[in-house]
Ligand binder design. Structure first.
Ligand code: MEV
Length: 444
């Protein structure tokens, strides 16, 4: 019975249907009220057909647009320039927290950034059984040909200052039988470069296969390319963002600067040594990072993968941010890998991505690395400041109250009245529901 139900929902050739047919099929086969579902999907279409077509083509099987708020956090003083940072996020407190942290540091010297390096890496993963000296000889002889094999792909990139930086043969057969790599380093100028890197690697893998066949033609040796792909672990594509000020400048309301700094540093130290806390601590950092990565049309999954693999580099998952107090000087910084692009991809295709770049004054990839790292640091600062003083719920619940009121269908007058009522407390869903009911009964 169950498998019959499953099969009725299966469909051949779905991708070949028109968008209207896809919507209808989905509404009729998966949704309780097909007419209402169709109206909903259609109401989320862009009014301008040209823009809608662009969105349709970002991916396959598009049936609607999925809205996400684009917010802006102003007052970010970064390397002497004040930025307003666009952030695409659904989490209610993220933009407010970023703006708060930005204002705090605006008057304390702002954020300073430094890009350590922009080198990216990819691998041809292959298995080889045979004499390793034969393979090394083949590699040394084939290296110029491996580079030359990618010439037609790298021409433009080389003109933009990028290209292939190095190729190394790495023997990993100690860890996995016969496993070897060609590890290739790339510079991709202002593009994220994933397609460029993967194209180079695939071409190089073919050339490498031929070179090994030519050079290592003994019966005992076999070589097989397993896969060719960039790595999202980018330890050499790194940026630092930091804030620093005298401890005394950290006085926060009633809290003395020294007390604030010490407790704040303890919170960071805990995340350095305790993976349970590090995961949440870094999640807060990614709240800031992902939002800007999304707004600027970059690949947030790649950035997430790179940051988390970096956080585990020491053998135990740890904090992406760090804190020191030396000679009365507070320093808080983040040191993370970020593979970002400001050309190609969605940058000129998605109108709001183009707008976000313009808001940021059309940064280079290098400048964007500093801005995104800063957004992560600011978010972490805001979270730790709240956690170590008032607790996180005060700020969170204020924003959450808006969502609860919307869920309960409160009108503008009711929203204002209940926001006032709960201005000094952190109410839960049930509290708000009761308060709304009693407000309505009073109005009857
Ligand atoms: C919530 O999205 C993020 C925090 O949990 C981060 C943190 O605990 O540091 C507040």
């Amino acid at each position: 019975m169950q498998s019959q139900t499953i099969m009725t929902k299966a469909i051949q050739g779905f991708s070949k249907l028109s968008k209207a047919e896809k919507q209808t099929w989905l509404a009729e086969n998966h949704l309780e009220n097909p007419q209402a579902a169709l109206r909903l999907m259609q109401s989320y279409m862009h009014g301008d057909d040209r823009v809608q077509r662009q969105h349709d083509e970002f991916t396959e099987n598009t049936i609607a647009n999925f809205y996400m708020p684009l917010g802006v956090a102003p007052n970010f003083l970064i390397d002497g320039v004040v930025h307003s940072i666009p952030m695409a996020t659904e989490e209610s407190s993220v933009v407010a927290a970023a703006a708060k942290a930005a204002s705090f540091w605006l008057h304390r010297g702002g954020f300073k950034t430094q890009v350590i390096s922009m080198t990216k890496v990819g691998h041809v993963h292959f298995s080889y059984s045979g004499h390793s000296s034969d393979l090394t000889t083949a590699f040394n002889e084939a290296k110029p040909a491996l580079l030359a094999s990618t010439d037609h792909i790298t021409t433009n990139m080389r003109q933009r200052g990028g290209g292939i930086l190095s190729i190394a043969l790495i023997d990993k057969s100690d860890a996995l039988k016969d496993y070897h790599q060609l590890a290739v380093q790339f510079k991709t100028a202002d593009s994220m470069g994933a397609n460029f890197i993967n194209s180079c690697l695939e071409v190089m893998a073919q050339a490498w296969k031929m070179a090994v066949a030519d050079h290592v033609a003994t019966k005992q040796s076999t070589m097989e390319v397993i896969m060719s792909i960039l790595s999202n672990h980018n330890p050499d594509c790194r940026v630092i963002s930091e804030v620093t000020c005298p401890v005394t400048d950290l006085k926060d309301g009633e809290i003395q600067g020294e007390d604030f700094a010490q407790k704040f540093k303890q919170a960071v130290d805990i995340a350095e040594i305790e993976p349970f806390r590090a995961a949440t601590h870094n999640k807060g950092i990614m709240n800031g990072i992902d939002a800007v990565v999304m707004a600027t049309g970059n690949d947030f999954r790649a950035v997430e993968a790179g940051c988390h693999s970096h956080a585990a580099m020491g053998g135990q998952y740890s904090s992406l941010s760090h804190c020191s107090i030396i000679d009365g000087q507070f320093r808080f910084w983040i040191d993370i890998p970020l593979a970002l692009g400001t050309v190609g991809g969605l940058t000129k295709l998605h109108p709001l991505v183009t707008l976000s770049h313009e808001v940021l004054n059309n940064p280079s990839a290098k400048q964007l690395m500093g801005i995104v790292a800063t957004s992560g640091l600011a978010q972490n600062f805001a979270a730790l400041r709240a956690l170590t003083t008032t607790g996180i719920q005060q700020g969170h619940m204020k924003m959450h109250l808006k969502n609860i009121l919307n869920q309960l269908g409160a009108n503008e007058g009711e929203k204002q009245s209940l926001t006032r009522k709960f201005s000094k407390s952190t109410p839960h869903h049930a509290d708000v529901k009761i308060a709304l009911q009693s407000l309505r009964s009073l109005q009857q």
